[in-house]
Design a protein around this ligand. Structure first.
Ligand code: SF4
Length: 425
């Protein structure tokens, strides 16, 4: 039986693409082995969002070349204007939009009908990724993605409902809706539906699975989504990863983000007040060209004003081909690094306060893996809180109501409802 391995760099959109490639190969009779082990074919799904991402992609391809007969590079790095024009060694290129041609590229006969979208459980056997949209027209000044992924294209709701149904039937309890610019889903479709319309169709078309939104931009955010989160708490996760990037209006303007801090703050508060139990997470880009000490202070003081459960912090790194890379006022790398570390520490303090606020509450937790100690399992609550509680592997992939208590290693410890009385809580 031929073997393959796969390594994914970058965002959830890449993870969703890798999942599709995995399904194609499994459907064609390949056996998956861990990345880095000898395999007939290794796939590297590259990311080119920064110069550092390009470096890591090249390094991963070199590692793959040492262990695999055939290496395939896919993802943003190999798209037109991606960062990997020159690939190490004899590596085959698969543009992300050509992923359905993987078997032809490998010269492997396909098994017609064996690889419908949604073939079997996705890796991890718990939550599944459903990519609903591709590309972006926004052209933020630091981002190469619109050049490498092309214009925004949405998948029709009908096809997505069919795919969600198959994922539910395969046993997934949670489906994460992903896209490059998720907020604009539907704009290019007849009648211009929005993401709230898509959620309505998905809720109608499935029975028990819960939906979560992946990272979403505040630009064009369809506010009707908040109403769906409040109305269907068991079906639409009360979690928003609302990408902020910065809180100084001057920096946001140079980033071409099209919102001010006040607008972001208003939207975040609307979410937190209208969606019970909702948690907010975000991305922060530190050290953007021209970021002054004052801008940085504005960023920190603004972040302190909202209850973020997690800050995903990136130090800015110039990406060739973007407008920001040519900005004359680049911030020194040492300063970028030092400021990022400050924001990471701030994020940890904010997260501790948010987690503490949920002690005593009951939240539905999707069990994802065994815990650090025997007899424990770990998972993610509907609002994205990380949770550990006593349980057996039989719970993997199930949603369990858990009463939350103290903390360990950045996670909330809890007990499955029913157990807390037996243990005298
Ligand atoms: S919205 Fe901005 S950051 Fe997001 S993919 Fe588009 S250009 Fe890049």
């Amino acid at each position: 039986m031929p073997t393959f391995s796969i390594q994914t760099l970058g965002c959830r959109a890449n993870q969703a693409d890798s999942e599709r490639l995995r399904q194609i190969l499994l459907g064609a009779g390949f056996l998956e082995v861990p990345f880095g082990k000898p395999a007939d074919c290794a796939i590297v799904n590259t990311c080119t969002v920064t110069g550092e991402a390009d470096r890591k992609s090249r390094q991963t391809l070199r590692r793959a070349s040492r262990e695999a007969g055939t290496v395939v590079a896919t993802g943003c790095g190999v798209a037109e204007r991606g960062g990997l024009e020159i690939l190490p060694g004899a590596v085959l290129k698969l543009a992300p939009e050509n992923r359905e041609s993987l078997l032809e590229l490998l010269d492997v006969p396909g098994c017609p009908g064996a690889t419908p979208p949604g073939f079997g459980l996705q890796a991890g056997h718990t939550r599944a990724l459903l990519k609903v949209q591709e590309g972006c027209d926004h052209f933020c000044s630091y981002c190469i993605v619109p050049y490498v992924r092309g214009r925004s294209r949405s998948t029709q709701a009908q096809a997505l409902v069919g795919e969600a149904r198959r994922l539910e039937e395969a046993g997934h309890r949670e489906i994460v809706l992903t896209g490059i610019h998720l907020a604009v889903w539907g704009r290019d479709l007849p009648g211009s539906p929005d993401l709230a319309d898509l959620l309505d169709r998905l809720l109608e078309g499935t029975r028990g699975v819960r939906f979560r939104l992946s990272s979403i931009e505040p630009m064009s955010f369809p506010r009707r989504i908040l109403e769906r989160m409040a109305r269907f708490p068991d079906r639409v996760c009360p979690h928003l990863h609302l990408a902020l990037q910065h809180a100084s209006d001057a920096v946001l303007k140079r980033m071409r983000r099209d919102y001010t801090w006040a607008e972001y703050d208003l939207l975040a508060r609307e979410f937190l007040t209208s969606v019970p139990g909702g948690c907010l997470t975000t991305d922060v880009l530190v050290g953007f060209p021209g970021e002054t000490e004052d801008d940085f202070e504005v960023l920190k003081s603004s972040l302190r004003r909202l209850p973020f459960l997690h800050l995903h912090v990136f130090p800015y790194s110039p990406r060739k081909g973007t407008a920001a890379a040519h900005h004359p006022d680049q911030v020194l790398e040492t300063v970028r690094k030092e400021r990022s570390e400050q924001v990471i520490r701030l994020g940890e303090r904010l997260a501790r306060v948010v987690r503490r606020g949920f002690r005593g509450q009951i939240r539905p937790v999707l069990v994802e893996r065994a815990g650090p100690l025997p007899g424990e399992v770990m998972g993610t609550a509907d609002n994205s809180l990380p949770v550990i509680f006593p349980g057996t592997p039989a719970l993997l992939g199930r949603i369990v109501p858990v009463r939350l208590g103290g903390e360990r290693g950045g996670r909330l410890c809890g007990l499955a409802v029913g157990e807390e009385f037996r243990q005298g809580w």
